[in-house]
Ligand binder design. Sequence first.
Ligand code: SF4
Length: 343
Amino acid sequence: MTDFAVRLLDWFDQHGRHDLPWQVDNDPYWVWVSEVMLQQTQVKTVLQYYDRFIRRFPTVQALAAATWDEVAPYWAGLGYYARARNLHKAAQVVAEAGQFPQDLDGWMALSGIGRSTAGALMSLGLRQYGVIMDGNVKRVLTRYFAIEGDSAKPHVINQLWQLATDLTPVQRNSDYTQAIMDLGATLCTPKKPLCLYCPMQADCQAYAQNRVLEFPQKTAKTPNPTRQAQVLFLQVGTQYLWVQRPDQGLWGGLWCLPIVENPELLQKVKQQFGLDWRLGMQIKHSFTHFHWMLEAVHVEVDQVTALQVLAALGMQDLPQQWLDADQAKQVGIPQAMVKLLEE
Ligand code: SF4
């Protein structure tokens, strides 16, 4: 075992996190759900959702047997819904196969599982040998070795995987995996690293050069574009007309109020049906590649007109239902819809 691994494990034994809910049982499914939730989300947020999800879907078979409409509410609020759709699909594949994949390639063949998540599942889920490269590991290694170059570029990523593989021990592999994630999450944090408490400080290159916050390096990104859209509150009494968005694309498979990105079309529909509408609040929702400015448009209609409006907007083939605000929050709508509803 390398000196790096020995020191990390000593630190982990005293200061690491040993009581996360998915660590209690060596269940690959529990680890899998946690890893998918943790892909874009911090532990403290995941903890609010994980228990509820596992209570409702305690096994991979239970998740596989559920419909997407049953799963979505348990992911609502975590965002990045493609993760949940992939998890649901992959659970069906595993349930059908009757067992969990037993090697790295087997895990990577499932929807939504990349090399690092597969490594975590080998290590933490199956307690076999696995190497990971999540955001925490990337940050620790680029700092410890003062690795120059954009950490999103393939040659830097390859270099990091090589270093991670060299450092990751066979003995106590799952402890090491948890330890390096914990180091990144609790000491070697993005903005305020606590180097004075770090077991790696004595030979950390970034620390020695007083350049800790310069790593991992990134090429300056061009700012994300902003797109405008209108969100239609087609209201009858206390209920609104909701549509289920197509599986592919933004908020795929989720129930949303009709979203229109074509202002000319919306104006045409307004005139065609003589709609008397009121503009409501505008909110900004950011995705990884663009910002969406969503403006609420309130209009009271009768049911027949609402369906005709939907058809004129080309959404007649999407599944539809009438829901009031409380009912809508139960079916797993995106956070942006919740905000608009709470106006
Ligand atoms: Fe990270 Fe600081 Fe530790 Fe280096 S000394 S690994 S920068 S916490």
